[in-house]
Ligand binder design. Structure first.
Ligand SMILES: *[C@@H]1O[C@H](CO)[C@@H](O)[C@H](O)[C@H]1NC(C)=O
Ligand SMILES: *[C@@H]1O[C@H](CO)[C@@H](O)[C@H](O)[C@H]1NC(C)=O
Ligand SMILES: *[C@@H]1O[C@H](CO)[C@@H](O)[C@H](O)[C@H]1NC(C)=O
Ligand SMILES: *[C@@H]1O[C@H](CO)[C@@H](O)[C@H](O)[C@H]1NC(C)=O
Ligand SMILES: *[C@@H]1O[C@H](CO)[C@@H](O)[C@H](O)[C@H]1NC(C)=O
Ligand SMILES: *[C@@H]1O[C@H](CO)[C@@H](O)[C@H](O)[C@H]1NC(C)=O
Ligand SMILES: *[C@@H]1O[C@H](CO)[C@@H](O)[C@H](O)[C@H]1NC(C)=O
Ligand SMILES: *[C@@H]1O[C@H](CO)[C@@H](O)[C@H](O)[C@H]1NC(C)=O
Ligand SMILES: *[C@@H]1O[C@H](CO)[C@@H](O)[C@H](O)[C@H]1NC(C)=O
Length: 233
């Protein structure tokens, strides 16, 4: 079962990935007997961040549960001022037949350098023409130069609103490296799954170079993504 689960999450890009997401929901999470039990997001502290090191470009690699955005880039800018010192521009696509449309949502927040924020960062993005729902984001762990583990929720007492996400400096990661990140994160934190988190599309289609929206493949993806979208409503 584990190998099917791993195949389902690794071997396909986002269209099929979404489809196999259904299969994956049948895959059991690893046993935690004899280990520390993974901690839910609402009680995990967001670590102290060295803001200058955290600044720059990040790419979303995997997310659980799967979201509706893909090709997602997060651009963190740190300003040398006390208030409103962190600007976040998140660029993404959410249109399956036109994945290279770049949309940007942005947020501005005040973050203390090198200071643990146990309760995380609760903010809303301006995503024209609306603000997104307030969401608590927590940085659980990062080495600054390769990966970061992020979790969040919109309601602390309703864990069905929680999510886990691996972001990375490289747009795509080797399977071996990603597996090690999922193993490490899932051992410590809820909302991460070992070897079965759904990959977020970060391939050539994000750039629109040579992609042909009229191909049967795109239509196929579109149909499945639509089905999944309806199911997750
Ligand atoms: C990230 O945002 C900063 C500030 O808006 C901007 O100067 C920079 O060009 C952006 N980087 C990318 C790769 O978009
Ligand atoms: C979309 O974003 C990608 C990656 O940031 C960039 O390479 C591309 O030029 C952008 N395309 C448009 C039409 O803005
Ligand atoms: C988003 O960016 C625009 C343009 O830079 C800026 O005027 C606005 O204040 C930003 N909004 C947020 C919520 O950061
Ligand atoms: C943030 O904290 C780190 C670690 O203490 C320090 O090296 C860095 O200079 C600080 N940055 C700013 C902008 O204060
Ligand atoms: C986040 O902040 C908003 C606005 O202040 C608040 O309504 C919401 O309850 C907060 N969310 C959480 C999970 O604390
Ligand atoms: C948060 O979740 C709790 C428990 O499910 C629920 O009672 C409460 O109404 C929710 N709060 C909001 C603001 O949705
Ligand atoms: C939410 O919490 C309940 C009770 O602790 C647990 O049984 C359930 O698996 C959790 N759900 C998620 C999605 O983590
Ligand atoms: C990121 O990409 C660079 C250049 O391709 C590579 O040398 C490095 O090993 C990659 N790092 C990870 C963690 O994948
Ligand atoms: C994650 O899965 C791999 C491969 O099945 C296994 O070697 C590793 O021990 C697992 N990690 C955890 C934390 O269960």
């Amino acid at each position: 079962m584990q190998s099917i689960c791993t195949m389902a999450s690794r071997g396909f890009n986002w269209g099929l990935g979404l489809f196999f997401g259904l299969l994956l929901s049948l895959c059991s999470t690893p046993s935690t007997i004899g280990q520390n039990v993974p901690v839910p997001c609402d009680v995990s502290p967001s670590i102290a961040l060295d803001l200058n090191q955290f600044a720059g470009i990040w790419w979303e690699i995997v997310r659980q549960p799967v979201g509706t955005n893909f090709c997602t880039q997060i651009n963190v800018t740190v300003l040398n001022q006390a208030e409103n010192n962190v600007l976040i521009d998140t660029t993404y696509s959410n249109t399956v037949t036109y994945p290279w449309v770049n949309q940007t949502m942005n947020a501005t927040l005040t973050v203390l350098n090198d200071t643990e924020e146990a309760n995380g960062y609760n903010f809303t993005y301006w995503n024209a023409p609306n603000y997104t729902p307030y969401t608590v984001f927590k940085v659980l762990d990062t080495d600054y130069s390769n990966y970061a583990f992020i979790c969040g929720y919109t309601n602390a007492t309703d864990n069905s609103t929680a999510f886990g996400m691996v972001i990375a400096r490289n747009r795509t990661l080797s399977t071996v490296y990603l597996d090690s990140l999922e193993s490490e994160s899932s051992a410590k934190y809820d909302n991460f799954a070992n070897g079965s988190m759904t990959l977020i599309t970060q391939d050539d289609t994000c750039l629109g170079s040579g992609a042909d929206p009229s191909t049967a493949f795109t239509l196929f993806y579109a149909v499945f993504a639509f089905v999944i979208y309806q199911l997750t409503k």
